[in-house]
Design a protein. Structure first.
Length: 328
């Protein structure tokens, strides 16, 4: 029988399927269902910076109404005294009590909010790790890539100093030199990387001439970008690599693990097919392993990563040439 056990960020997993942060992980009962369906771990619903800012503003307004009666009150932020972040930490603690599988808390960081304090509060709930979503789009023409990267590294560094549990960074693919950014994040204390963050794109209804927010489904083809970068980084970093976006089958799981992934984050296919589909993915993955004679994941993990820089098929630009030739 094939052994599906793996590890990510030093966390032991019974199989490679981690359910990513999403509506699937927004309620305790849903998380219990994911565990029952066979998920090895769950990334909990994110704490978003917008939520923190709104809660803080409301809290500050309440405090300033009573400034004269309590001169010390306005110094309380950001000590988790406002309800939103406190409620989020309470909900995470309840989820931790409800299941045995590893849980990863998620925070969505855009700027220099005091994330270290919130991370420490989440660590106190008993979660196994933190996942930082550091996507930082900028509309300022004077902001440089270096400034954005420096800010993100600073956030990670502050969180790393505040907590002892593993930290994963959910990356986006739009850095000028993604490999260098990964190196910097690892140097600042990242234990894992998720490739990549699923970014929802705005749309325009040309008939009504209005903006629309639409959910775009992902499929196996969308997993090729994370596959490429996992292969390029495998063996070059010590941190664990997890594939996200488009992982829709056991065969998709096999592909990214041949490239060097330690785990996969799954969301889209479960929104379409329901959590019970986890079992089908694991069956397909196991069947593939049996067909190829693999007894455990480490026998093939990273087998097709970029091992030889002289190899024409090395996940770099030469693949474009190979693809064109193949079309002939």
């Amino acid at each position: 029988m094939s052994d599906l056990r793996t590890s990510y960020m030093g966390i032991a997993l019974k199989n490679p399927i981690i359910v990513g942060s999403s509506p699937l992980s927004a309620r305790v009962d849903k998380i219990v269902g994911l565990e029952a369906a066979g998920a090895a771990a769950v990334v909990l619903k994110s704490l978003f910076e917008e939520q923190v800012r709104i809660d803080a503003e409301i809290f500050e307004e309440d405090l300033t109404r009573h400034n004269e009666s309590s001169a010390e009150a306005t110094s309380m932020f950001p000590r988790l005294e406002h309800a939103g972040t406190r409620t989020h930490a309470y909900w995470v603690a309840e989820a931790r009590k409800a299941v045995k599988i590893p849980l990863i808390a998620s925070i969505n960081c855009l700027s220099d909010v005091q994330w270290a304090e919130y991370a420490k509060a989440l660590e106190g709930t008993g979660v196994d790790a933190l996942e930082l979503n550091l996507y930082s789009p900028s509309r300022d023409l004077n902001t440089t890539a270096a400034q954005i990267e420096d800010r993100e590294v600073k956030i990670l560094d502050e969180v790393r100093k505040a907590v002892k549990i593993p930290i994963g960074v959910k990356l986006n693919p739009f850095y000028t030199n993604l490999a260098n950014v990964v190196k910097r994040f690892e140097g600042a204390g990242a234990n894992g990387f998720v490739m990549f963050n699923r970014l929802f794109q705005p749309d325009i209804d040309v008939d009504q001439e209005v903006k629309r927010a639409r959910y775009q489904e992902t499929g196996s083809r969308d997993s090729l970008l994370p596959l490429r970068w996992i292969a390029l980084l495998s063996g070059q970093v010590k941190a664990g690599l997890a594939a996200s976006t488009g992982i829709s089958s056991g065969r998709d799981m096999a592909k990214v693990m041949l490239a060097g992934a330690r785990a996969t984050q799954v969301v889209g296919v479960l929104l379409r097919e329901k959590p019970a589909y986890i079992g089908r993915m694991l069956e397909e993955f196991t069947a593939w392993m049996n067909l190829h004679g693999y007894k455990n994941i480490e026998e093939f993990r990273g087998k097709l990563a970029r091992v030889n820089p002289e190899d024409a098929w090395n996940f770099t630009a030469s693949q474009y040439v190979e693809g064109l030739i193949g079309l002939g």
